[in-house]
Design a protein around this ligand. Structure first.
Ligand code: F6P
Length: 341
C-alpha cells in the first residue's frame, strides 16, 4: 500500500513521534510505502508532497512541531478542494491517508471517508478537549511548561508583593489551566466552563496578601467574567476563522490592581506551551497512537480514529471523535476550588 500522512491544525509536541511510529511500523512490519503531504489538507489539495521513509523519520522522536508542516485549510471550504485531493491521491498512487489533527482536521477526515476516501485519524491537541479519547498527546507537555512558568513566577511575585496573573491556552476548555494551576498551587484558577465573579477573585487575592503571600491567578484564555465579557472579545475573526480574544489576563491584572491598590502583572504564556520537545508521557502516547493508526490502515478499517481509553488504545468512529468537546466537569473544578484564596 501507499499511505499519505498529514498533520493539520495547531502544531503540538508529539506530532513527529506519531509520524515516526507510523513509518517505522508501516515499512518494517507491513512493507508499506509512505508519502508526506505538506501543511495539512493544503498539501493534498495543492499536490505538495515530501519523501517520507525510514531516513526522514530518523532522529525526529524528540523534536517538537511537525516535519510535515501544518495549516488550518479545510478542503470543503476551498473551491474544488475535494476533487483536487482525489486527483493528487491518484497521481501519487496513494491508497489511504493518515490524518493527525484536532476537531477540524478530523471533521474533514470524516467527511472525506463519507465521500469514499479512506482516512484514519489520530487525535492531537494540547487542549485535551476531544471527547472520544481520555488524553491527547501535547497536553502533558503544555501542562509541564505552564507549571514550570507558575513555579518561576511565584518567586518573583513574592519578592515584589505583586499579584501575578498567568494566562494559559484553552479557548473552550480549561484543562491546561486546571492541571497547571493544581500542580503549581495557584490561588485562583479560572476556566471557560464557569464564568467568574471579579469581586470573588479580588476577595481571594486580598486574603492571600493578608497572609503575606503573593497570589498567583491562572486564567484560561477563554475564561470570561460574569459581567463585562463583551470588552474581552472583539468579535473579529482572523484569516482562519478564529475569534480573536482580547487578553483576559491583562484585563484581569488591571482590574485586580485597580480594586486592591496592589501591583499586578500579567504573563501570557501563549505558544511557548506548544513548542519544544514532548514529555516522556507524550512521546509514549504519540508513539502508541502512530502504531495503532497504521494497524487500522493495514486492516482497511477507515473512518476511525485511534483513542486512549484507560491504558488501552482503541478505535472509535470518526463521527464519535468529533461529536462532542470534552470540557472540565463541575466536580473536577470543585476539587481545585478548595485551594482558592
Ligand atoms: O487548539 C490548540 C490551540 O493552541 C489553542 O489552545 C489556542 O487557542 C489556539 O490553538 C491558538 O491558535 P493559533 O496557533 O492559530 O494562534
Amino acid at each position: 500500500m501507499r499511505i499519505g500522512v498529514l498533520t493539520g491544525g495547531g502544531d503540538c509536541p508529539g506530532l513527529n513521534a506519531v509520524i515516526r511510529a507510523v513509518v517505522r511500523k508501516g515499512v518494517e512490519v507491513y512493507g508499506h510505502e509512505f508519502v508526506g503531504f505538506r501543511n495539512g489538507w493544503k498539501g493534498p489539495i495543492e499536490g505538495h508532497t515530501r519523501p517520507l521513509g525510514l531516513d526522514q523519520v530518523e532522529d525526529i522522536l524528540t523534536r517538537g512541531g511537525t516535519i510535515l508542516g501544518s495549516s488550518r485549510t479545510n478542503p470543503y471550504k476551498v473551491d474544488g478542494g475535494v476533487d483536487a485531493i482525489r486527483a493528487t491521491l491518484a497521481e501519487h498512487k496513494v491508497d489511504a491517508l493518515i490524518a493527525i489533527g484536532g476537531e477540524d482536521t478530523l471533521g474533514v477526515a470524516k467527511k472525506l471517508t463519507d465521500d469514499g476516501i479512506g482516512v484514519v485519524g489520530v487525535p492531537k491537541t494540547i487542549d485535551n478537549d476531544l471527547g472520544a479519547t481520555d488524553y491527547t498527546f501535547g497536553f502533558d507537555t503544555a501542562v509541564h511548561i505552564a507549571t514550570e512558568a507558575i513555579d518561576r513566577l511565584r518567586t518573583t511575585a513574592e519578592s515584589h508583593h505583586r499579584a501575578l496573573v498567568v494566562e494559559v491556552m484553552g479557548r473552550h476548555a480549561g484543562w491546561i489551566a486546571l492541571h497547571s494551576g493544581l500542580a503549581g498551587g495557584a490561588n485562583v484558577i479560572l476556566v471557560p466552563e464557569k464564568k467568574f465573579s471579579v469581586d470573588k477573585v479580588v476577595e481571594w487575592v486580598q486574603r492571600r496578601f493578608e497572609r503575606e503571600y503573593a497570589p498567583i491567578i491562572v486564567v484560561a484564555e477563554g475564561a470570561m467574567p460574569e459581567d463585562g465579557a463583551e470588552v474581552l472579545v472583539s468579535g473579529e475573526k482572523d484569516a482562519f476563522g478564529h475569534v480573536r480574544l482580547g487578553g483576559i489576563g491583562t484585563w484581569l491584572a488591571d482590574e485586580i490592581a485597580a480594586r486592591t491598590g496592589k501591583e499586578s502583572r500579567a504573563v501570557v504564556l501563549g505558544h511557548t506551551q506548544r513548542g519544544g520537545t514532548p514529555t516522556a508521557y507524550d512521546r509514549v502516547l504519540a508513539t502508541r497512537f502512530g502504531l495503532h493508526a497504521v494497524d487500522a490502515v493495514n486492516d482497511g478499517d477507515f473512518g476511525v480514529m485511534v483513542a486512549l481509553r484507560g491504558t488501552d488504545i482503541v478505535r472509535v468512529k470518526l463521527s464519535e471523535a468529533t461529536a462532542e468537546l470534552k470540557t472540565v466537569p463541575t466536580e473536577r473544578y470543585a476539587e481545585a476550588e478548595v485551594f482558592f484564596g
